[in-house]
Design a protein. Structure first.
Ligand SMILES: Nc1ncnc2c1ncn2[C@@H]1O[C@H](COP(=O)(O)OP(=O)(O)OP(=O)(O)O)[C@@H](O)[C@H]1O
Length: 798
């Protein structure tokens, strides 16, 4: 049982934790006795905390009348005033959704208060001096916010590099934290860890740069009770030895007994803020949960309650016009250079001090917590703090100190930027989807396009009805001239059967020859003066079109005309005429641009190349920012001091190489495998295509910045890509669309670049031609405008 000797030693030894932990192991304490002992010794304590006491520690975090809402109609925080002294653990407790995380985000400078002020180390968060966000703080968010495809070591390396910690130190700390937090081997991927292990890694990377301020949002979720205690002890070590200030939220209310001060939050207000032991004592409760319940009940009884803690150090319960001050104290116990001192910092003068003003934080912990007492038997009483960088400060009371070089406030910090690039590379390498997206899909698309699209059709089934049944007939001569590679002829006895075959989808189009075609054809041309309607009818070849398959119809018609030309030359010769006698007076001369035989593919290819690379790059870009935002990496990164410029540039620069490869592959396939032709320089074709791939990436990144979800971002890509393609003239000349649409189509980011590529590939024009240059300027302009808009949006709404 607890004895006066122990209590005196408690005072004399200035709250030696090791000593009391040892006592806890032996279960020597009894709370009631201990508390009576305090009362019995109040004179001693008052004297001890008397005028000779040094000044209290300065506050690390001070908030005054802080209010915040996401929607004006739903206030989240109301008049919050808290005071977190330096070098102490402060626990924020409260029900789910009461506003704890919101408050932490405001302390981190990520949300701006609607009213009230926040001071962190006496300054406003977000200012360069305190490096918050930056290396001045370690933030463990509630979400995991780890790259699941990274190994443990890679995770440490990434965050270590962000904070500018030397590689050697990163390695040492990786080793230390793996041992300390019972993590598996350093090469294990995060995705292969249990939920609790993942959270421990998240905690470790928060601690590793030894910031002066730690903000931990539910760090012990999914962590077993032994390890929880170990973590709490470790945090105390950090506070004691490095002067780190810790602000922590937890749903394990009882573990908050280990903190120096707790703040109970409910529906956006602070119900009470005090030392946990003192709250237990004051409300005569055995657990903090009960204290919370008491406070909630009290609040229910006094609906207008408004509790102000922090700077004025007094709890006020407002009930209408009346104010009932609840006495409150804060006595800070300093531990510096191994010499512990206690001080009183109540709002009143030292003469006003009462037993309630006694600082209870240094009462041996877990007095009422049997579980923890039991656990204490299982864990070492003290834990070593991690190996500290040789140049690391002994104390972090100066908020500028932290182990890493610290993050600069520059828009582009070399260390952070290279860490981000390395991260992008690792994620790319580990993610087969991105490799497939970047390299395989464009190849498949180009292959499919070249194999299936706009090729001259072959074996079009055509029905032939030839009523002339002798082999030497002119109708047979005509049929022989038909290109039978393109047309597959099916012979029918009568027109009805032939039309039936069209109706049954066996053939497309019907060609008929009358019974006396040869005789009447000769008569028509040899005796033109005797021509009658009957002669014309009997010498006419009929084509019954099926235009539902427009390509087949146009192609069949073209083949019939070609056959007619050849047929007339042969017949003319056989009749003794000049072979050109029956020739068309319209002659096709040498082709100026393009190939001699008309190929629709030739027209479509430039647009196809741009559509493929632009669309895929846009898709890739659309994954970038949004994925990181929803996995919590962005928030964590911003708190670590990453700048929006660095994030944007790291994605843009990183993707230069995959985009380059993608464009080279697409062009190689188009020109070397599928034998497309370019009259212009391939270098200019490459340049134009690469710029458009880049533009697609920027568009995708911009969508990723502005969209609220990954699905929305993907939808944006699909929704915008289709109209862009249709109105760009890729598939059909814009001259065929209404004038207004034509004008609008000029604002389509694909239109002018596709035209430029068209001119380069089909006409052989160079970039020096204004028509080609316009496309290039248009592509670059859209790219820069989108990039700048995306950046501004990112800055404003990050
Ligand atoms: N981005 C947001 N937009 C709108 N409302 C939000 C947003 N983030 C949080 N809220 C709302 O603000 C309130 C406080 O949320 P907060 O995350 O701060 O709660 P919490 O106390 O941390 O909860 P928990 O313990 O469950 O994490 C909740 O009602 C929540 O729905």
């Amino acid at each position: 049982m607890f004895s006066p000797k122990y209590y005196n030693r408690y005072l004399d030894d200035h709250f030696d934790r090791q000593y009391y932990s040892a006592r806890l192991k032996l279960k020597k304490f009894d709370t009631d006795e201990f508390q009576s002992m305090i009362i019995a010794n109040q004179q001693h304590l008052l004297a001890f905390a008397g005028p000779q006491a040094p000044e209290p520690r300065p506050p690390c975090i001070e908030t005054r009348n802080l209010s915040f809402h996401y929607k004006a109609s739903q206030p989240v925080l109301k008049n919050i005033s808290i005071n977190v002294p330096q070098g102490r653990i402060y626990a924020l407790l409260g029900s789910s959704g009461c506003g704890k995380t919101t408050l932490l985000r405001m302390i981190l400078g990520m949300l701006k208060p609607k009213t009230g002020t926040i001071r962190v180390f006496g300054m406003q968060p977000g200012t360069a001096e305190i490096k918050i966000p930056g290396s001045g703080v370690g933030y463990m968010p509630q979400d995991l916010a780890l790259f699941r495809l990274f190994s443990i070591a890679e995770t440490f390396e990434y965050y270590g590099r962000l904070y500018g910690i030397p590689m050697e130190t990163i390695k040492e700390r990786t080793k230390y934290y793996i041992e300390f937090l019972n993590l598996p081997g350093k090469n294990r991927l995060i995705t292969q860890l249990s939920g609790g292990q993942q959270r421990r890694v998240s905690l470790a990377v928060t601690l590793m740069h030894e910031p002066p301020l730690l903000i931990l949002d539910e760090p012990t979720v999914g962590v077993d009770s032994v390890l929880r205690l170990k973590i709490w002890n470790y945090l105390e070590e950090l506070c004691g030895k490095l002067g780190t200030t810790v602000i922590i939220t937890t749903h394990y209310t009882e573990e908050a007994r280990n903190s120096y001060r707790v703040g109970f939050v409910d529906s956006g207000i602070i119900l009470a803020e005090d030392n946990p032991q003192r709250l237990l004592f004051k409300y005569n409760c055995r657990s903090l949960e009960d204290v919370f319940l008491e406070l909630c009940l009290e609040r229910a009884r006094l609906p207008e309650i408004s509790v102000h803690n922090g700077n004025n150090q007094s709890t006020q319960v407002n009930t209408g016009n009346q104010q009932h001050p609840i006495p409150q104290v804060q006595i800070i116990v300093e531990e510096s250079d191994g010499n512990r001192q206690e001080s009183s910092s109540s709002s009143s003068s030292s003469s006003d001090r009462s037993i309630e003003q006694i600082e209870m934080s240094q009462i041996p912990k877990d007095l009422n917590n049997n579980d923890n007492n039991n656990n204490n038997n299982m864990v070492p009483a003290t834990l070593p703090i991690p190996p500290i960088h040789p140049n690391a400060p002994q104390s972090q009371m100066d908020n500028k100190n932290s182990t890493g070089k610290g993050t600069s406030q520059a828009w582009l910090d070399y260390g952070r930027f290279t860490a981000l690039l390395a991260k992008n590379y690792l994620l790319y390498r580990r993610n087969p989807v991105s490799i497939i997206l970047m390299n395989v899909i464009p190849l498949v698309q180009v292959t499919l396009f070249c194999v299936t699209f706009a090729r001259n059709p072959e074996n079009i089934p055509v029905a032939i009805v030839n009523f002339e049944n002798h082999s030497l007939s002119l109708s047979n001569l005509f049929i022989d001239q038909l290109d039978q590679k393109s047309l597959l002829l099916h012979y029918y006895d009568n027109v009805d059967n032939a039309i039936g075959s069209v109706q049954n989808l066996q053939t497309y189009n019907v060609i008929t020859f009358p019974s006396n075609f040869s005789r009447f054809f000769r008569q028509r041309f040899l005796k033109p003066e005797q021509i009658t309607d009957e002669i014309v009818r009997q010498s006419t070849i009929s084509l019954f079109p099926d235009t539902t398959q427009a390509v087949f119809y146009l192609y069949t018609y073209q083949k019939v005309l070609e056959a007619l030309e050849k047929f007339l030359v042969i017949v003319g010769k056989s009749m003794g005429f000049n072979p050109n006698f029956f020739g068309s007076p319209v002659v096709l001369t040498e082709t100026m641009y393009g190939q001699n035989n008309l190929q629709y593919l030739e027209f479509v290819t430039p647009g196809m190349i741009i559509a493929v690379v632009h669309g895929l790059s846009m898709l890739i870009g659309s994954f970038t920012i949004i994925r990181e935002r929803f996995d919590g990496h962005l928030e964590r990164g911003f708190v670590a001091g990453i700048r929006t410029t660095e994030i944007l540039l790291s994605h843009i620069i990183f993707y230069l190489v995959p985009l380059f490869t993608q464009v080279v592959l697409v062009l190689f396939l188009t020109f070397y495998i599928f034998d497309s032709q370019s009259k212009g320089s391939l270098w200019e074709v490459f340049l134009m295509t690469f710029i458009m791939a880049f533009q697609g990436l920027i568009f995708g990144i911009a969508m990723s910045i502005t969209c609220q979800s990954q699905v929305a971002s993907l939808l944006m890509v699909f929704i915008s890509e289709m109209p862009m393609i249709f109105t760009s003239g890729v598939l059909w000349p814009l001259e065929s669309v209404p004038p207004l649409v034509q004008t609008l189509a000029m604002f389509n980011p694909l239109t002018l670049p596709i035209r430029s590529l068209h001119y380069i590939m089909l006409r052989g024009w160079t970039l020096m031609r204004p028509e080609v240059m316009f496309g290039m300027i248009s592509a670059l302009s859209y790219m820069f405008i989108t990039l700048i808009s995306g950046f501004v949006w990112f800055e404003l709404f990050k």
